[in-house]
Design a protein around this ligand. Structure first.
Ligand SMILES: [Zn+2]
Length: 66
């Protein structure tokens, strides 16, 4: 099954191998995160993650409006 690499910082799937994979580290094109730890998710899991993020933000917004 296809795996999606996801940035642990900003949850972007715009991940590339740093310097052509020589260091074995990943780089996030969105926030500039560089590290050997990235989330490896299936498409379904990634969708769930994004949905979860969205729900979290909505919950935060509701809390602020109280
Ligand atoms: Zn990132």
């Amino acid at each position: 099954m296809r795996r999606i690499l996801v940035c642990p910082v900003c949850k972007s799937a715009d991940i590339t191998l740093d310097t052509g994979g020589i260091t074995g580290k990943y780089m996030c094109k969105k926030c500039g995160y560089i590290g050997s730890v990235v989330l490896e998710l299936t498409e379904g899991e990634y969708k769930e993650l994004l949905e979860g993020e969205k729900l979290e933000k909505e919950a935060e917004r509701k809390d602020r409006n109280k």
